[in-house]
Every structure is written in C-alpha cells, then in structure tokens.
Design a protein around this ligand. Structure first.
Ligand SMILES: [Fe+2]
Ligand SMILES: [Fe+2]
Length: 359
C-alpha cells in the first residue's frame, strides 16, 4: 500500500483505505478501482492524497489517447492561443512579482494595474468561452498558485458576465478571483507543493490560508468583498466548508462565485495520465454532487453557459462513436442529444455513455 497525491493517481489503481471527506463522509470505499471520474471527484471535496494498493493498475480503464490532431491540439496551434499564451505569461510574471513584494515586504498592492492587465486579456478575446477553452489548454504549462489564481480570476470574469452583472461588479469578481488564494503564498512552499501525504499538522496549516489571506488583505487597499472572497471561498452552501462553516447567504456573494471558479479550475486540470478534463465530465460531476454545496443560481448559470457553447461541436463518445452535439437537455446538462450519422443519441437515456472529448 502506498499514499499518492491526487496528481499521481491513474485510473485502474485500487483504493487501499476508505476515502473520507473533511467531514468524514465516505467518498470512495476501500477496494474500489479508480476511474477518471472518481479521481476528478476528489477535487470537488478538496482531498489531496489517498492510499492505493501496490498492485499494477488495470490499464484498460485509462482513457484512450486522443486522435491527432484533437480539438485541443488545433486550438493550441491557433494564432489566437499563441497570443493568449504570450499575454498570459506576461501577466503572470507581473502578478508573481507583485505578490512576492506584498508577501515578503508588505508593499502595497497595485490592485488597479494588476486587475487591468487581467481584464485586458479577456477584452482582447472575441468570445468568453474562448477564454475557458484556452485556460483549460494552458493547464499543462504550470499549475502553481499563481497560475491557478490567474485562471480563477478569468473564470470569475466570465461567470460574472454570464450573470449579467454590471461592469464594476465584473471587475470586482475578477479581483476576488485574482487574490482568493493570496493566503497560500504565506504557507511554506514545501507544504503547498508536497506530493505525498500531508501530516495532520501540515493539513491544518494549509487550511489556514483563507484567514491568512484575509489578514494580509486587511492592510491592503482593496474592496471588502476581495477580503471576504479570500476568507470564504472554501465555505460551502450546506455548511460543510471551512473555516467558519457558514451556510447560504452568510457566504459573501463574490466568495460564492469564486468557489465555483476555484473547483472548476482544479477539476479540469491536466493529470499525469490525460490532458485537461473534458468540460462535460466536469459538469457531470458537479451535477452529481455539487448543487447542494454551491450557490444553485450561480452554478446553473455557469454550467448552462459552458454547455451551450458546445452546441454544434463535434465530440467523441465513450463507445468510440463520433457525433455532433445538437440539443442540450436542461435538466441533465452533461447529457445532451448527439447526432451520430443518422442516429440521434439522447445521452440522458443512456447512462452508460458519456462525452469524453470535444474533437
Ligand atoms: Fe483556497
Ligand atoms: Fe483556489
């Protein structure tokens, strides 16, 4: 038996010890063979490592390698993406430097400038979904707290736009995303980047980051919602979050947006055995587990918009067939109707089938 971080897990491994949530709810029983979906579910509950058997994993469960060139590969070769990547890297360097100055020397944050460059990245794009797609394909370049923060800022921007908030609120939501994990930058790097099991003391240390972030932002000239988002983004609607176990509207509105963007970014990240997760798989996991834990309105708006952008897209089904997504089932967003040749496959009626890739 060995303990592996979630980044080292691959489908086919056998779970050696019951996997429990922070609140001791059984998530995956001992003896279960891991699938891609179960590994992704760990993100939803913030589980960082689990114990697996030493036996050789059943490689038939590893998702098939995508055909070449995939949607993701085409996107990565597009001029738009190369430009986005350049902008992104530039912004990331500025953000990195600025945050280091704040954390090490308590220098005042230039929120306006940092925010402006993040907003420019979105403004330079033709459509918002382009941004989500591009972010997903950026994942494999770097997964540090800095990139994660930048991603969450851009996802919050897209979500706030979809919620029809006004420009000030959209900018505020972006800022809340950008600084939500600022407290992590105060936690020793060895703990944040540790691949193996965290000791209970180390885990407790990581869980201090919302309060640490809030305290750090108190001495900065930022809107109170930016501080609240740092403090409350791990709170959950049903009281199962931390650090204060708040429920529903006790959680700041912007923190509720950040919570969704935060988990979506973590879920869709690339893994050692596959590229970034197909959005339909992430949506399926949210649908199965997420509605009671997140702001339902925000989550529905987010998922509905993500899904609608894939209408008319070509996809690969889990049985190897290819087809076009032609109709979204509103009550089962992850299971649209797909036209495969002359056949209409309603995924809502075929629980055994899933969309595994946009091609
Ligand atoms: Fe966090
Ligand atoms: Fe985060």
């Amino acid at each position: 038996m060995k303990r592996l971080s979630k980044l080292q897990l691959i489908p086919g491994m056998t779970v050696a010890e019951d996997v429990l949530s922070f609140h001791h709810q059984l998530l995956i029983p001992k003896g279960t063979v891991l699938t891609d979906k179960l590994i992704t579910k760990l993100d939803l509950y913030g589980v960082m490592s689990i114990c697996v058997e030493d036996s050789i994993p059943d490689i038939s469960l590893v998702p098939p390698a995508p055909k070449v060139p995939s949607y993701s590969e085409r996107l990565k070769n597009s001029e738009d993406f190369l430009q986005f990547k350049e902008d992104y890297q530039l912004n990331l360097d500025c953000f990195h430097d600025a945050m280091n100055r704040v954390v090490e020397k308590n220098i005042k944050l230039d929120v306006g400038t940092l925010l402006k460059s993040a907003l420019n990245m979105v403004a330079n794009r033709s459509g918002q979904v382009g941004v989500l797609d591009m972010l997903q394909n950026m994942h494999e370049f770097d997964d540090s707290t800095y990139t994660h923060s930048m991603n969450v800022a851009l996802i919050c921007n897209v979500l706030a736009t979809w919620l029809n908030l006004d420009q000030n609120e959209i900018e505020l939501a972006t800022a809340c995303g950008l600084f939500h994990d600022v407290g992590k930058m105060l936690i020793p790097h060895e703990i944040i980047s540790k691949p193996g099991k965290l000791s209970p003391e180390e885990y407790a240390e990581v869980q201090k980051h919302p309060i640490a972030g809030y305290d750090l932002l108190l001495s900065q000239d930022v809107d109170k919602h930016v501080r609240f988002a740092a403090l409350m983004h791990h709170e959950r609607n049903d009281g199962t979050g931390y650090p204060m176990h708040l429920v529903g509207n006790q959680i700041d509105k912007y923190a509720r947006m950040v919570a969704i963007a935060d988990v979506y970014d973590a879920m869709t990240a690339a893994r050692v055995y596959r590229g970034p997760l197909c959005p339909f798989r992430a949506i399926e996991i949210f649908e199965a587990e997420g509605y009671q834990r997140y702001d339902v309105n925000y989550l529905l708006t987010f998922l509905e918009n993500v899904v609608s952008t894939y209408i008319q897209s070509r996809c690969l089904l889990s049985d190897g067939r290819e087809g076009d997504i032609i109709y979204i089932n509103k009550d089962k967003l992850s299971r649209p109707i797909v036209q495969c040749g002359r056949e209409y496959v309603n995924l809502a009626e075929h629980p055994d089938l899933t969309i595994i890739e946009i091609i």
